[in-house]
Write a protein that binds this ligand. Structure first.
Ligand code: 6PG
Length: 258
């Protein structure tokens, strides 16, 4: 399916459009498969979208026991830390939604060894959503991702090193093996944990949320398929970039009524 690009007037409009779109895809999953597996993004952009999604899901009285929540990546901190992606999602979405605790699959970051933690989470996502591809009944239904000005997505940073079990290290690439990996510290950035491109690409619907003019060049590279840009590496059964106008040069169509 071709990649869709949607331009939002500003971050508030992006949150409204993204929240509405995500709700349509969650309801579609519930209708077609009786459940929805959602992989959440971290960073700051998704926060406003999560608030819109929480309000919309509450209005629709979605069957919360049929939703499962995962995290595409995490910082090497506990969920109570201000830097935690899980902490942000709990505050903006999962808490207000009153998501059952057993539906939330945490990386359990910040304790023990990052490589062991990533391997353990790789087993969790494979057990819960492991399928050959996005046509599989077990595939993730929705993957929400952000993107950095360098084109990274999740914690797949260009030029970074992934640390695998057994002390092996490999460069982060589109072919990074396995379901999850630990990404080594670099400069100011500490250890990160991330799902790997192969696993991310099994998602039925991939939604990138992008704000900030500083990301325009990376957005252009990613949406035109530049192989060196990590946000190019993840395409699902359906892939939508929802970005503010200062990121999208030629604009896109409003998908509120998609
Ligand atoms: C993280 C995210 C990361 C984020 C981008 C964009 O852990 O920070 O996984 O990939 O989505 O860096 O971040 P902003 O939304 O804050 O611009």
């Amino acid at each position: 399916m071709a990649l869709q690009i949607v331009a939002a007037a500003d971050p508030a409009d992006l949150a409204d459009q993204a929240g509405a779109f995500l709700l349509t895809r969650i309801e579609r999953a519930l209708k077609e498969r009786g459940r929805a597996r959602i992989i959440l993004a971290g960073g700051s952009t998704p926060r406003a979208t999560y608030a819109v999604l929480a309000a919309g899901a509450a209005r629709r009285a979605l069957r919360l026991e049929r939703l499962s929540w995962f995290f595409g990546d995490e910082r090497w901190v506990g969920a109570a830390d201000a830097e935690s992606n899980e902490g942000m999602a709990r505050a903006a979405l999962l808490g207000p939604l009153r998501a059952p605790e057993d539906s939330i699959h945490s990386w359990q970051a910040g304790r023990g060894d990052p490589v062991d933690c990533a391997a353990a989470y790789g087993e969790v996502v494979t057990r819960e959503m492991g399928g050959a591809d996005h046509a599989s009944d077990r595939a993730p239904d929705i993957l929400i991702l952000g993107m950095g000005a360098d084109g990274h997505t999740a914690s797949l940073f260009p030029g970074a090193t992934a640390h695998l079990p057994g002390g092996k290290t490999v460069p982060v690439s589109a072919a990074l093996p396995g379901s999850a990996a630990a990404i080594g510290p670099e400069g100011q950035r500490g250890w990160r944990l991330t799902l790997c491109p192969d696993f991310l690409r099994t998602s039925r619907c991939v939604v990138f949320l992008v704000t900030g003019a500083e990301k325009a060049a990376a957005f252009r590279r990613a949406t035109r398929g530049d192989p060196s840009t990590p946000a190019t590496w993840v395409r699902g059964g359906e892939t939508v970039f929802i970005a503010t106008r200062d990121v999208v040069e030629d604009g896109g169509r409003d998908i509120r009524h998609a």
